[in-house]
Ligand binder design. Structure first.
Ligand code: FMN
Length: 336
């Protein structure tokens, strides 16, 4: 009998834990269909960005103002309401709507920003367009040395609270790894309303071109070596917070998925691997997970989940500082 691959992620039952993460692949109906055919148990759509929304709203406001000066009708409601405009956000809501009517798997919408403001009403609009859940990606890069850690964290919490208040579908919060205490911020985000945490945002570090002395954006796909950071924090957070754990960054193979499940992930998220190898890669990864479970006599994902988390591990120190010193002093390479 084959193993039961089902998992529950923020209250939603998934057929298995390998979910296509937000990327251009999930922003197109054809590739969404191909992902579903390859067995995706849910999809996370690309984000609607705070900047996109604000830009569109400013443009529309400018048009309305221009129109109001030019045409008397404007004052009598000649111009359509903002939400009726075929703007960027409108196109996004249309994508949610069409994804939902085309696919039979759960569709998770995504908004991406940093500050509380009018843009967060799009969380509700995405829900109304049919999304089964919402992912809020908070990608904040503090640059002001006078902005305290407490203030940065409060900004995250305020944003999560505002979004949570405005929606009734489950909310996942996607964060980066740069906090003084990940368990503390994780706990506070959950207290503020996150039903799942998605760890970790992959920060795209700009590069400097030394020929023309310009700063260049630089997007490179990940590799499995990047899994170690979320792997450690999944193991530490599992069982310590009252929320599901979705894990992103460095998930490429069935081995990566199994490691994360052992550490305690409820869902694993894949973008680079699918962008590199195409939607069918998902099927291969899932079948590798299934084979491993059978070979190792596991009946279900639930049985495996978290069995090597820090709380359950026979060697909890392996996830902490204890292992750090041992790793450094026992290093052996070609010159030592
Ligand atoms: C081209 C590209 C576009 C992405 N767009 C989004 C996005 O719109 N919203 C988001 O939350 N993450 C976005 N991501 C991040 C991925 O969802 C994922 O979290 C990240 O790439 C790490 O996972 P990976 O190692 O599987 O690539 C994007 C990634 C790539 C490569």
């Amino acid at each position: 009998m084959s193993a039961d691959l089902r998992t529950t992620y923020m209250g939603i039952e998934l057929a298995h834990p390998v979910v296509p993460s937000a990327s251009p692949l999930t922003g197109d109906l054809d590739t969404l269909r191909r992902l579903e055919e390859a067995g995706a148990p849910a999809v996370v759509l690309p984000s609607l960005f705070e900047e996109q929304i604000e830009h569109e709203e400013m443009e529309v406001a400018r048009l309305l103002e221009f129109g109001a000066e030019s045409f008397g009708e404007a004052t009598f409601g000649y111009f359509p309401e903002l939400d009726d405009y075929a703007t960027g956000p409108g196109t996004y809501l249309d994508l949610v709507n069409r994804a939902k009517s085309t696919l039979s798997i759960p569709v998770i919408g995504s908004i991406n920003g940093t500050s509380k403001g009018g843009w967060i009403k799009y969380g509700k609009l995405i829900e109304e367009a049919g999304a089964d859940a919402l992912e809020l990606n908070i990608y904040f890069i503090p640059t002001d040395p006078k902005m305290s850690t407490a203030k940065v964290e409060q900004q995250y919490l305020d944003l999560v609270m505002s979004v949570k208040e405005s929606i009734s579908v489950p909310l996942a919060v996607k964060i980066g790894p740069f906090f003084s205490s990940i368990p503390y911020i994780a706990h506070r985000l959950v207290e503020s309303g996150a039903d799942a945490l998605v760890i970790f945002n992959r920060f795209y570090q700009p590069d400097i071109d030394i020929d023309d002395l310009k700063v260049r954006p630089n997007l490179q796909l990940s590799s499995s070596t990047e899994l170690r950071l979320p792997l450690r924090w999944t193991a530490i957070l599992h069982g310590r917070i009252e929320a599901s754990l979705g894990v992103t960054t460095g998930v490429h193979t069935s081995e990566d998925v199994i490691k994360l499940l052992l550490a305690g992930a409820d869902a694993t998220m894949m973008a680079s691997a699918l962008l590199h190898d195409g939607p069918d890669h998902l099927r291969r990864v899932v079948s590798g997970v299934e084979q491993w479970l059978t070979d190792n006599e596991y009946q279900s994902i639930e049985q495996l989940k978290g069995s090597l988390s820090q709380a359950s591990s026979p060697d909890p120190g392996a996830f902490e500082r204890a292992n750090y010193m041992k790793t450094l002093v026992t290093y052996a390479g070609p010159f030592v």
